[in-house]
Design a protein around this ligand. Structure first.
Ligand code: DGL
Length: 267
């Protein structure tokens, strides 16, 4: 098998990275994808940098064993604090991350940018830093939303309790008169409806997944690594703990059956 037809490795701490997979299914439908979700150890967003780096290293080693031709960090928390770990291990394999993509998408259209993300991503300051590198005049307003990830992993994606909490989290940044809002955690597109209900239609909501897939496509084209199969891409999902919820929420979100799910240990 040529390297062109090797799978793309996509990883997150849980189901959030499926928002990137959803975009991939549309933009690169012939590519095979290996997805890894570390649901035994989620959330990452409230853990220390050292722990997140350690988990990331274990995951990337696992993906490299599956002979992936590119790696997509479908987790803002990992992109914020452990991208260097991924780059070191990946060697010549292209690495795409959601923060670079989200930054590009937001600076293209906006000057007063809101970012919602996990505490680790917000505390790392990764988004304001990356945005100011591109546009020093942009104003960035950040808000950590620690409860979103556990609620989403529990399937509370459309629950009144989620809306109550979301209103509380979003109130301060909405007062700042932002014109765009980055979903700075890959879990948040799963609660897109609740967020838009609160934010309204005057603020442009940015899901970095779309630009992530664009950057991945560009990287594959540049290295002549696009899959030349005409068949539908195959998807294999690896999780580190009970796959039932992952499957249920994943199928609802992706609107298709997830059959190939396997539980693995990477420790
Ligand atoms: N989906 C991850 C992100 O984009 C966060 C999940 C977590 O806290 O583990 O940041």
């Amino acid at each position: 098998m040529s390297f062109k037809n090797s799978p793309i490795g996509v990883f997150d701490s849980g189901i959030g990275g499926l928002s990137v997979v959803k975009s991939l299914m549309e933009s690169l439908p012939n590519e095979d994808v290996i997805y890894f979700g570390d649901i035994a150890r989620i959330p990452y967003g409230t853990k220390s940098v050292a722990t997140i780096k350690k988990f990331t290293e274990q995951t990337v080693r696992f993906l490299l064993k599956q002979e992936v031709k590119a790696i997509v960090i479908a987790c803002n928390t990992i992109s914020a604090v452990a991208k260097d770990t991924v780059l070191q291990l990946a060697g010549n394999i292209p690495v795409i991350d959601v923060i670079s993509a989200g930054t590009k998408a937001s600076t293209d259209i906006s000057n007063k940018i809101g970012v919602i993300a996990t505490p680790a991503t917000i505390n790392s300051n990764a988004y304001p830093r990356a945005i100011h590198e591109i546009n020093p005049d942009s104003e960035v307003f950040a808000q950590a939303c620690a409860l979103f990830v556990p609620m989403i992993e529990e399937g509370f994606t459309d629950h009144p309790a989620l809306e109550l909490i979301a209103r509380d989290y979003l109130a301060p940044i909405l007062e700042d008169d932002i014109d765009s809002l980055i979903l700075g955690c890959t879990h948040y597109p799963l609660i897109y409806n609740t967020i838009t209900k609160i934010v309204g239609d005057k603020i442009k909501i940015i899901d970095p997944a779309i630009t992530t897939c664009k950057q991945l496509t560009d990287a594959l084209v540049a290295r002549n690594l696009l899959n030349n199969n005409s068949r539908q891409g195959q998807y294999k999902f690896y999780v580190t703990d009970v796959p039932v919820k992952f499957q249920k929420i994943g199928e609802m979100f992706l609107n298709r059956a997830l059959e190939q799910i396997e539980v693995v240990s990477v420790e």
